[in-house]
Design a protein around this ligand. Structure first.
Ligand code: KIV
Ligand code: NA
Length: 270
């Protein structure tokens, strides 16, 4: 198996094959996900909740992100894994300036990431361009952006109504123009994310609670294994229950995303 690369992801998409993503925060889970056929692994700042017991992602530091990114990268290397590694730039590590974002992204790339992810649209455009021009692949993140949960007023659906949809669309198109090659859409109406996916040929949309019209899907690992300290989001499916082993659960997730049976739009069409 050849390592997953940006051309390989474009190839999958062109062939009409859905891109799969799961979060992982350590060496073992990353290697198991890779072996189960997951193409892209997100070292998400959701590790703040999942691993650190924090109330939100706001308190996650760059140092912590680098630690978990390095763990995932070592696990994949040791297992001769092929997955593409995306690491979240945590809150406060990119908001000040493009230069600050570059310094922070460098830390994550040197820890073993292949791509960094940052939340928000509009104000992030020059930051995305700055990183991409300097050779760092960027994944954007629109819709529900957990780092700004306090400003958003809670974990709720975004991009609703004509105005909300128009703004999200403007931001998404601009991010593609700036060179973002991937875009997480979180808790966005299914219709909107399907439309955006058609309008973003060079930027692969990865949905979570965003219906099944995106180029790929992502779930938080612990959620899809049925383990959650808080409230389980409605859009999650427990793949562990159906399979009984972690590797099988991950393989079932990959199959379900590829054959279009997950997510089921009728369950959470917003
Ligand atoms: O941190 C995370 O796990 C994420 C995904 C939910 C997209 O950003
Ligand atoms: Na995140």
């Amino acid at each position: 198996r050849k390592p997953i690369s940006l051309p390989r992801l474009a190839q999958l998409r062109a062939a009409g094959e859905k891109i799969t993503m799961l979060t992982a925060y350590d060496a073992t889970f990353a290697a198991v996900a890779d072996a189960a056929g997951v193409e892209t692994i997100l070292v998400g700042d959701s590790l703040g909740m999942v691993c650190q017991g924090l109330p939100s992602t706001v308190g996650v530091s760059l140092e912590t992100m680098a630690y978990h990114t390095a763990s995932v990268a070592r696990g994949l290397r040791r297992a001769q894994g092929t997955a593409w590694v995306v690491a979240d730039l945590p809150y406060g590590s990119y908001q000040e300036s493009a230069e600050q974002a570059m310094r922070s992204a460098t830390v994550l790339m040197q820890a073993g990431a292949h791509m960094v992810k940052l939340e928000g649209g509009g104000w992030t455009a020059p930051i995305v361009r700055f990183l991409v021009e300097r050779g760092i692949p960027v994944c954007a993140h629109l819709g529900l952006t957990p780092q700004t949960v306090h400003a958003l007023g809670g974990y709720r659906v975004q991009g609703r109504g004509d105005e909300g949809a128009a703004q999200l669309r403007r931001h998404a198109l601009q991010l593609q123009d700036m060179g973002a090659s991937m875009l997480v859409l979180e808790m966005v109406p299914a219709e909107l994310s399907a439309r955006l996916t058609e309008e973003l040929p060079h930027c692969h949309t990865i949905g979570i609670g965003a219906g099944n019209g995106t180029a790929g899907q992502v779930l938080v690992l612990h959620d899809m294994l049925g383990m959650n300290l808080g409230k389980m989001p409605k859009f999650v499916r427990n793949f562990m229950q159906e399979t009984g082993s972690i590797k099988e659960a991950m393989a079932a997730y990959v199959r379900a995303v590829k054959d279009g049976s997950f997510p089921d739009n009728t369950l959470h069409a917003w």
